[in-house]
Design a protein around this ligand. Structure first.
Ligand code: SAJ
Length: 425
């Protein structure tokens, strides 16, 4: 089976790198996005998202003439659906974009085509939701056309490398579909291609992110316990991780992003009577921003009127993505408590984000602040000097949610330093 022309629906963090990588491997790719701004930006040589190496890759794909950007899908030998699956009210999966993509493909579908769903989806979405929509074409999935679920597993910040190197799980609605999808991904994936059925592949994806969420939740709970017992959780984790079968993750301000903070809910929604630990872990991680603000209140007293310099709004270090960011929630909670927040996010230039004003640079944000709050461990913040901050700030108080500040260096400059996971002194 040869794939010379494919159509990728959704040009976000997954679809755009995937479309561009196929294009730079000699495949003709129609990249589709329903957002006209995204289409215009890409057509004019711009990028609407940031990811290391992505600009060079997209430019190479466009220059090769293999990648074209459109707002509607067109006939192709394979279709890849890489649209978002956020959640709606009550933490229920919002499959409207997946359904719309399948509906848009159905009239274009021809015998022998392959359709792949990559978007993270609740169990049974491929066979119960996507297949029937595609079959409106009059063609039968697995017989007249191939259908597979192939989850993406790339880590934001390392997407381009992981896209090629990671093993891929290929879930076909039948064996022939899995084989067809294997052919497609073998065009550029150097990791192993592991074949299974579509529902298992959906479950695998959800299990991976749920596993990480539950492990972060236990780390956050350990941090709270350490705070109560007056010990340093970071040291305790390092020591516990010297055990050959223990690998505790990092506590922090909470869990954000469009994956780990969302996906476990798909399992809770599908089987609330069974997914009890999963729900609790979600609640622990969702509660972490409140916990951090309460911790600050205990240490620094009334937050009303406090001028806060907040470092970082992204959902994690060294990315520009703000989706579900716990840093944003913490800033909002500080605002609700009457504090005046000015944030610095090196990856964003807009004057404000969700009602949180952004400063132009570190100095402006630190100027006359009463409390420095480190919310994201961006590379740019690692060289932050305690002496320089001490010069600029009105009061020498710091709250570190990501274990970035060197306590001794900051205390030497007269700072009162509060760290998530370390008991009050
Ligand atoms: N976090 C912690 N402590 C840790 C690790 C992470 O608090 O020890 C926080 C981060 O700060 C962030 C959130 O968790 O707010 C998620 O970050 P992450 O780096 O763990 O994961 P994502 O969401 O960027 O990417 C995940 C990855 N999944 C797994 O590692 C199992 C990635 O491989 C997936 O492809 C991606 O979700 C996805 O698209 O589903």
């Amino acid at each position: 089976m040869k794939f010379q022309k494919i159509c990728v629906l959704g040009l976000g963090y997954i679809g755009l790198p995937t479309a561009s990588t196929f294009a730079t491997h000699g495949v003709q790719v129609i990249g589709v996005d329903v957002n006209p701004e995204v289409v215009n930006t890409l057509r004019n040589g711009g990028l609407h998202i940031q990811e290391p190496g992505l600009r060079t890759l997209v430019q190479a794909a466009l220059r090769s003439g293999n990648l074209t950007i459109q707002n509607q899908p067109a006939a192709a030998e394979a279709f890849i659906i890489a649209v978002p699956t956020p959640f709606r009210e009550q933490k229920r999966a919002d499959l409207r974009a997946v359904e719309a993509a399948a509906q848009a493909i159905a009239p274009l579908l021809q015998r022998g085509n392959l359709v792949v769903l990559e978007s993270t989806s609740p169990p049974l979405t491929t066979v119960e939701k996507v297949a029937p929509l595609l079959e409106m074409s009059g063609l039968r999935s697995g017989e007249d056309f191939y259908l597979a679920y192939v989850p993406e597993r790339v880590l934001p910040g390392s997407i381009l490398r992981e896209l090629i190197e990671n093993d891929r799980v290929i879930g076909g609605v039948n064996r022939a579909s899995a084989e067809a999808a294997r052919h497609l991904y073998s065009l550029f994936v150097r990791g192993e291609l592991l074949l299974t059925d579509a529902t298992t592949a959906e479950m695998v994806k959800l299990m991976e992110n749920t596993y990480r969420d539950v492990n972060i939740a236990v780390a956050n709970e350990f941090a709270r316990l350490a705070e109560r017992f007056g010990i340093n959780v970071w040291e305790a984790i390092e020591l516990a991780n010297r055990h050959p079968r223990v690998n505790i993750l990092h506590p922090g301000p909470g869990v954000g992003g469009h994956c780990i903070s969302v996906d476990p809910w798909f399992l809770v929604e599908a089987a609330p009577d069974l997914a009890r630990l999963i729900r609790t872990a979600r609640e622990v991680n969702d509660g972490q921003p409140h916990h951090v603000v309460e911790f600050a209140r205990q240490a620094f007293g009334d937050l009303h009127g406090l001028r806060i310099a907040a470092l970082g709004l992204a959902y994690k270090a060294d990315v520009d993505d703000l989706r579900e960011s716990p840093a944003i929630e913490i800033c909002r909670l500080f605002q609700q408590a009457g504090a005046e927040v000015l944030a610095f996010e090196p990856y964003r230039q807009e004057p404000q984000v969700d009602g949180i004003p952004l400063g132009r640079d570190l100095n402006q944000v630190l100027q006359a602040a009463d409390l420095l709050v480190v919310l994201v461990a961006h590379r740019q913040f690692r060289s932050l000097s305690a002496a320089a901050a001490a010069q600029l700030m009105r009061h020498r108080q710091a709250l570190d949610a990501v274990n970035l500040l060197n306590r001794a260096a900051w205390e030497k400059e007269g700072f009162q330093v509060l760290k998530v996971g370390e008991g009050l002194r």
